[in-house]
Write a protein that binds this ligand. Structure first.
Ligand SMILES: *Cc1c(COP(=O)(O)O)cnc(C)c1O
Length: 426
């Protein structure tokens, strides 16, 4: 087996337990198992979709209650000062920074991943005026491509070049201004070589913009150490910030002076309450903000990030892989008997936090699994995607999920026509 550079020796793979009792024993002795209690999870449900929407942290529930009745209800507009709502984006960004290997001043918390990606990509083009190509990988998360397409319509001089993932390194030519790439593939969970590609891009004079949506809060990320230039990521997946939580954006310190946010709104101004007619950017990544921050959503995200204090991202990734290994081992007979193909990397070192299995009936199977209390999701055209968030799932949960999956397949429960009806959100 290849060495695991990002893992300390004590985080080497754990032998897969062979019984539910063994799972429970290991859970009991695992200090990370106590984190489950920090979340409000419905009883009887095994939640394998924390990679899509993290569950509700108890701290967020309490913080939102305080922020509504206690702050908004009582302080009214005075809350901006009295409750430091105005400082909440900065305080939230400061909690995200250590999870991605950045300094607080290099991170902003605002808007969605899509909007942040647009701001950074447009600003990157201005930093590289002699280069006219945006490079991205085939089959990457669609919104990233959609935003680049929108940007290229505003900049007809720009071309988008899409290549297969394994050809990215070879495509870093001297006409490329920016490489936009996901750290983990949203379909397969495969991890990209963030540090290697960032280094190769830098050598080729290409800026890098990483989409960390499927790794922030799951895996060790060293943006500064890798020499990455920019990044975006999601607040509602492994960071558990709640539905539609604000996203984050990273801008390396060396670009702070020169970088211009094309969406130059007042909240990215150095002194918004001067109400001056001319725009002057705030210092650091705070210039990436545009409009008024969503305080209730930020409150939930800020409180959700408490859970990461004192945790090592490498330990989280190791735990997630322990859980996905367990699922693979326990569900193997049913997966094989019923024609599922694992499209996630076979090597655990190449894997992020989820596993995906191709199957022609993946949609009704996922619906039947949800009805049986195991929540995963379906990704078009034919994937059953199961996430193994390290914060709240225990080995015993994963064991139960594998057994319920086997039952759904063996009983043919998924054949109920009700499960074939497609809903708006999959
Ligand atoms: C979830 C996800 C997004 C979401 O983007 P929003 O604009 O915040 O909705 C973007 N990129 C990737 C890779 C994702 O997984």
């Amino acid at each position: 087996m290849a060495p695991i550079p990002e893992l300390a020796p004590e985080l080497a793979p754990e032998p897969v337990p062979d019984s539910l009792a063994a799972c429970r024993r290991l859970d009991r002795d695992d200090p990370l198992s106590t984190l489950t209690g920090r979340f409000r999870l419905p009883t009887g449900i095994v939640y394998l979709d924390g990679n899509s929407l993290g569950p509700l942290p108890r701290a967020s529930e309490a913080a939102v209650r305080r922020a509504t009745a206690g702050e908004w209800g009582r302080s009214l507009v005075r809350g901006w000062n009295d409750e430091d709502w105005i400082g909440l984006p900065t305080r939230t960004a400061a909690r995200i920074a250590p999870l991605i290997g950045a300094e607080a001043e290099e991170v902003a918390c605002a808007d969605s991943v899509s909007v942040n990606l647009f701001k950074l990509a447009a600003g990157a083009l201005a930093l590289k005026p002699d280069r006219k190509v945006l490079l991205a990988a085939e089959r990457d998360f669609p919104t990233d491509g959609y935003m680049l397409q929108g940007l290229s319509r505003l900049r007809p001089d720009i071309r988008i070049r899409i290549v297969p993932h394994h050809e990215i390194a070879g495509a870093l030519s001297n006409d490329v201004a920016l490489l936009v790439l996901s750290h983990a593939d949203y379909r397969t969970g495969a991890l990209a070589d963030l540090s290697g590609l960032s280094r190769q891009a830098a050598e080729a004079g290409v800026l890098t913009l990483w989409d960390l949506s499927h790794t922030a809060g799951l895996a060790p990320i060293g943006l500064a150490a890798a020499g990455a230039d920019m990044a975006v990521g999601c607040g509602y997946k492994y960071l558990n910030g709640g539905p539609g939580a604000p996203a984050f954006a990273f801008l390396a310190r060396r670009h702070h002076e020169a970088f211009a946010n094309p969406l130059s709104g007042w909240m990215g101004h150095e002194r918004p309450f001067d109400f001056a007619p001319g725009y002057a950017p705030a210092a650091g990544a705070a210039r990436l903000m545009a409009g008024t921050p969503p305080i209730l959503s930020l409150t939930a995200l800020h409180a959700a990030l408490e859970v990461f204090e004192g945790l090592q991202p490498a330990a989280l990734l190791a735990r997630s892989r322990t859980l996905s290994d367990l699922f693979l081992a326990r569900a193997a007979p049913a997966l094989e008997a019923h024609g599922f193909t694992c499209v996630s990397p076979a090597r655990r070192e190449a894997r992020g936090g989820h596993l995906s299995f191709a199957h022609p009936q993946a949609y009704p199977v996922v619906q039947a699994l949800i009805a049986a209390g195991v929540i995963g999701d379906f990704r078009a055209p034919d994937l059953m995607r199961l996430g193994f968030s390290p914060l709240f799932l225990r080995r015993a949960d994963v064991w139960a999920a594998a057994d319920r999956f086997a039952q759904v397949m063996e009983t043919g429960a998924w054949r109920d026509p009700a499960f074939a009806e497609k809903q708006r959100v999959t």
